[in-house]
Design a protein around this ligand. Structure first.
Ligand SMILES: [Zn+2]
Length: 113
């Protein structure tokens, strides 16, 4: 078994290695559970914005398209950062992706300003 918070190897079937990790891990899980709906709403809006942007680019409306794509990416990134997923691995992944999407959004915005 691996600790559900810090990822340390632990013997037996315990979910966490210590009381501290249990507290942090459960708090993260609760937060992820509570924010699941806003998280997905934000991601769906972001995906729709990106899809609209790609369609606009496809019909040669590059400026508006890039704006939609960068807005969608920024929104998705903010959503990932604001509502981290539970668990060490997924929490880190959502933060890395969130920062990446946001940085990409800024780059697109600056390029097509
Ligand atoms: Zn731990």
């Amino acid at each position: 078994m691996k600790c559900g918070y810090c990822g340390k190897q632990i013997k037996g079937t315990a979910e966490y290695c210590s009381a501290y990790c249990r507290e942090k891990g459960e708090a993260g899980k609760n937060f992820a559970r509570k924010t699941r709906l806003p998280f997905w709403i934000v991601q769906i809006i972001a995906i729709v914005a990106i899809a609209v942007g790609i369609m606009l680019i496809a019909v040669q409306k590059h400026d508006q398209g890039a704006m939609f794509v960068s807005a969608g990416l920024a929104l998705s990134g903010v959503g990932l950062l604001a509502f981290p997923r539970a668990g060490k691995g997924r929490g880190t992944l959502s933060q890395v992706c969130g920062s990446l999407f946001f940085a990409l959004a800024v780059v697109i915005f600056l390029l097509w300003r």
